[in-house]
Design a protein around this ligand. Sequence first.
Ligand SMILES: *Cc1c(COP(=O)(O)O)cnc(C)c1O
Length: 410
Amino acid sequence: MSAPMYVSTRGGGAPVPFEAALLRGLAPDGGLYVPTAVPAMPDGWDAPGSFADLAARVLAPWLPDVDGLDALVADALPFPIPVVDLDWNGVSVAELFHGPTLSFKDVGARTMARLVGRAQREPVTILVATSGDTGSAVADGFAGVPGVRVVLMYPDGGVSDVQARQLTAPRPGVVALAVQGTFDDCQRLAKEAFAAGIPGLSSANSINVGRLLPQMTYHALAARERPGAVVVVPSGNLGNLTAGVLARTMGAPISAFVAAHNANDGFARFLADGTAPTGPSRQTLSNAMDVGAPSNLERLRALVPDLAGLVRAETVTDDETLATMRAVHDATGYVADPHTAVGLTAARRLRERGDARPVVVLATAHPAKFPEAVARATGAAPPVPPALDLPAADPEAVIAPTLDTLVDWL
Ligand SMILES: *Cc1c(COP(=O)(O)O)cnc(C)c1O
């Protein structure tokens, strides 16, 4: 079985193997890498077993050349993905937040870090723009990988207190920079740095195929546990949704997707009238989804010609998010974080339209990462789990949102 090759969404250049796409991040013509073919699920992919076992089976046809893939995946993903039925609108949640930084981004980042550690031959600097969860997941995932530095950029004042502590926690080989701007400024800076061709620079944002592919695995798990479900994906840059679409194309039994957005409704407008979303982003309670111009939209369009037939987008206000957190807590005692609650709100709308299919909402972050919002909604902040019991620390620097300032740190 030969491994899929990857081409740019903009059509430039010859197809490249996985390792080249992994180490480059963005294609040389500025496009995103997409696979030239999507392999089918291997026989027995949905056999009973741990999340890591299932993940290794789902990834095997994508990475046939990676020796010891099972061990790599077992080391990256030693945590469960519980699927919990809520006694609320017949909705289930797949809890993706049991990794070390309590965000679903641990799945992609930890797997990618091990793939990069194995593939790299020259020192690499991973440049990450983060609206909160990516940075700590990437920093945690890569810390200690020889030959790899990580430079994190996050919007100064645009992340929660807990997220700031996680981002600035001292880690070997990791530099955290607070950027005087929004998440979109951070993303623009990353794009400019990559376009400038700085040697040894790579990305770990959800544009990187090294994060995208592992994210298929929990969509497959959700489909194994609730076959035929509509999967509701709390969305920002649409990486998570894109991975779900790939898992479904492989053959995971997912009937449709709902992209659940906060006030940043660019994707919903795109589906409605075809206008490509542009920034700026708006700040909301679900700040990891505060994205004005979702970077994976270009890839999603390349992979799915008829997006509107497969994906529906819902937009949810902060007031609705808080009301859902409160309603779910009152009805069931379950505490959802604001990102998950955006998804739960979208799930309830499916029911209100009479959709009777199973529904799995991806729970993308642990509620303890958002204590203020949880306290507002339920009257009490959640207990702090050990993984979040971190001291406050300063970033390495606060920088102006310009490439010149950033380059000094690369
Ligand atoms: C990153 C993130 C999202 C959005 O995921 P995308 O892949 O960017 O669409 C949703 N929820 C949480 C908690 C996140 O950290």
